[in-house]
Ligand binder design. Structure first.
Ligand SMILES: C[S@@+](CC[C@H](N)C(=O)[O-])C[C@H]1O[C@@H](n2cnc3c(N)ncnc32)[C@H](O)[C@@H]1O
Length: 299
């Protein structure tokens, strides 16, 4: 259910207006449903033909993404894993990480597996992905989605990612647990929003970032992403990675989607200037949920 502007928490509103003068426009957005074609199992042309009643249009920033109508989950093609129902902005993390065949990838917080299965398809089922999640209930969904998607190169683990054993990954995806305030147009997210949760998440995200650094090989790259709009969960975590861990941000470009630069300061904090390489996806710019994404390198 969508709530109109004015019905949400005033503290949230005040905070977001400090970042973007058009922040209230978030509440005018009803994110469209989207799917990602699973190229491990199906051809785009075939899906577009079979599901023509459901498909609205192609996604401008991703050749495998399509905007669709809601009821598509009941189709046989969905049950067969020919496509994955995935939020449009969330497709960016794997695109930016760009895993390739033969690489060793660690997806630290992987359930229910939208990005794991996206990466498996980008790797054409070769190389290895360790798909980890701490939540055993969500692991079931992850296992189901990996199997349904025909992702053969995925190993599932069930660690608290902060304590994962040593390994030397070529690339890491840290799609971190967060307050999900990029989905604030939904009533259930609004009800849960409070500042305390942001601080708790921020602490955990920094711990996870520390582990990501430890698991990554030298010269390895990682993507940090969240569906939160809070600076404490985004820029502050990246600033920690730069200043405390010595990581460097990398620029990236994706055509067809409007992304805004990360903010360089928040209240009393000035962030490292290279934070500008990170991107914020605001709902009102593309009709998606809100998202934050950053590419980093270990030296
Ligand atoms: C944003 S969701 C991940 C979504 C997933 N990457 C996808 O694309 O489908 C965050 C996940 O982090 C997991 N999580 C939370 N704390 C964790 C921890 N300490 N270690 C590992 N996973 C954790 C949650 O169970 C949740 O599944």
């Amino acid at each position: 259910m969508l709530l109109k502007s004015g019905a949400y928490n005033n503290v949230f509103k005040k905070r977001l207006l400090e970042i973007a003068s058009d922040a209230e426009d978030i509440f005018t957005v009803t994110p469209k449903k989207s799917i990602r074609i699973n190229t491990l199992k199906a051809e785009k042309e075939e899906i577009v033909k079979k599901l023509s009643d459901y498909i609205i249009e192609e996604m401008p920033w991703y050749e495998h993404g399509l905007w669709v109508r809601d009821e598509i989950s009941k189709t046989i093609e969905h049950h067969l894993g020919y496509f994955y129902i995935q939020e449009a902005a969330s497709m960016l993390s794997a695109i930016v990480l760009s895993p390739s065949k033969h690489e060793f990838i660690v997806d630290m917080c992987a359930a229910p597996g939208s990005k794991t299965t996206q990466m498996a398809m980008m790797m054409d089922g070769e190389g290895v992905i360790i798909a980890n999640d701490v939540n055993s209930k969500r692991i079931k969904a992850l296992a189901h989605n990996v199997q349904r998607g025909g992702a053969k190169n995925v190993i599932i683990t069930n660690y608290d990612a902060r304590y994962m054993p040593a390994m030397e990954a070529d690339k890491i995806l840290l799609d971190a647990p967060c307050t999900a305030s990029g989905k604030i147009m939904y009533e259930n997210v609004q009800k849960k929003w409070n500042y305390n949760r942001i601080r708790i998440m921020s602490r955990k995200q920094k711990q996870l970032m520390k582990t990501a650094y430890r698991l990554l090989r030298k010269e390895g790259e990682m993507v940090y992403s969240t569906c939160s709009l809070e600076p404490e969960e985004n820029e502050e975590v990246i600033d920690f990675a730069i200043r405390e861990l010595g990581m460097e941000t990398l620029p990236f470009k994706i055509e067809g989607i409007k992304m805004r630069e990360a903010i360089t300061s928040w209240r009393e904090k000035e962030f490292d200037d290279s934070i500008k390489n990170c991107r914020r996806v605001w709902p009102q710019d593309n009709g998606t949920e809100g998202f934050f994404i950053c590419k980093l390198k270990k030296f």
